[in-house]
Ligand binder design. Structure first.
Ligand SMILES: Nc1ncnc2c1ncn2[C@@H]1O[C@H](COP(=O)(O)OP(=O)(O)O)[C@@H](O)[C@H]1O
Ligand SMILES: [Mg+2]
Length: 284
């Protein structure tokens, strides 16, 4: 069995303002999640805006240091006391995809430049090998290199850009992909393409996903496990179908009651205030 993801007593406190009027925000409050499995899994993290989802993603991605506690991904200690993963090794273990594909990519750089950088810097491939890795990753998300090559972000739709950022994340063949609200900026009609892509990649690339969302319908559809966060606390965790079919916690019941009925058009819940923080640029 492999430890796909484990958070042990994870805390993250933000302190706003200075003494004596400082305010403390407990964005993550003793979060314990443990998923061991032989096969890749999709773990959803659900919760309202402000519940700590993005903070959790950033701590796992080493973009934020936890106040205490630790994180293990794929049997490696990646965050917390004593965690000093090798940078290249880490980038081959965990990769993010971005909430907002339009701001993740600099509009003056072509998309294939990002893919090329990941292939050469993380995988240390030479030019011909890098092109092959890019072709393979693009094919996995349903794009062709010849259609992407030399093109700038504004020449793609949001859905295509998000698929390109999934391709970028796939190049190092990571064990875990962290997707923080990956479809919130995409047309409702295109969202299922990305969601189904995650399911296919779990099978074909053997990649696990941490799928962060406030949309319980898609969480229900793709999850092996679901974690429910409320004000930084893990209020429910378990097998996806179990959590949503027979929720134990009042908060999960409330969340379920707020799901729009399926024939109602999904609302555009844009979470503008909580960007993932990393961009393709900062990770290249
Ligand atoms: N850099 C920060 N500085 C101060 N407070 C923060 C920071 N990032 C997040 N928070 C606070 O932590 C809490 C959790 O935020 P976040 O993780 O973004 O939630 P979610 O992604 O679920 O919407 C919120 O109260 C938010 O205001
Ligand atoms: Mg967020």
């Amino acid at each position: 069995m492999d430890t796909i993801l484990e958070t042990e007593g994870l805390n993250k406190e933000f302190v706003l303002g200075g003494f004596p009027r400082s305010i403390k925000i407990q964005a993550l409050n003793n979060v314990n999640i443990s998923v061991t499995s032989q096969k890749p899994v999709i773990i959803s993290v659900v919760g309202e805006s402000g519940s700590g989802k993005t903070t959790l993603a950033k701590v796992i991605l080493r973009l934020l240091q936890p106040t205490s506690g630790r994180v293990i991904v794929s049997n490696q200690l990646v965050a917390g006391k004593g965690a000093k993963p090798d940078k290249t090794e880490f980038l081959r273990t965990v990769q993010p995809i971005f909430q907002n594909p339009f701001s993740a990519f600099n509009r003056y750089r072509t998309i294939d430049m990002y893919l090329y950088e990941t292939a050469t810097r993380v995988l240390k491939l030479d030019q011909a090998e890098a092109v092959r890795a890019i072709e393979e990753a693009l094919a996995a998300v349903g794009l062709e290199y010849k259609d992407v090559r030399g093109k700038y972000p504004n020449q793609f739709s949001g859905g295509e850009l998000q698929r390109a950022s999934v391709a970028r994340a796939l190049i190092p063949h990571p064990n875990l992909i962290i997707a923080d609200e990956p479809v919130s900026m995409i047309d409702a009609s295109r969202r299922m393409i990305i969601i189904n892509l995650f399911l296919a990649l779990k099978q074909e690339y053997k990649t696990s996903f941490l799928y962060i969302t406030h949309d319980l319908a898609t969480a229900y559809y793709i999850s092996d496990y679901i974690a429910v966060l409320n004000h930084g606390k893990l209020v429910e965790f378990g097998e996806g179908k179990r959590v949503l079919q027979s929720p134990q916690h009042e908060y999960t019941k409330l969340l379920l009651a707020s799901i729009p009925s399926l024939n109602k058009k999904w609302t555009e819940d844009l979470d503008w205030n909580a960007p993932i923080g990393a961009t393709a640029e900062s990770l290249a």
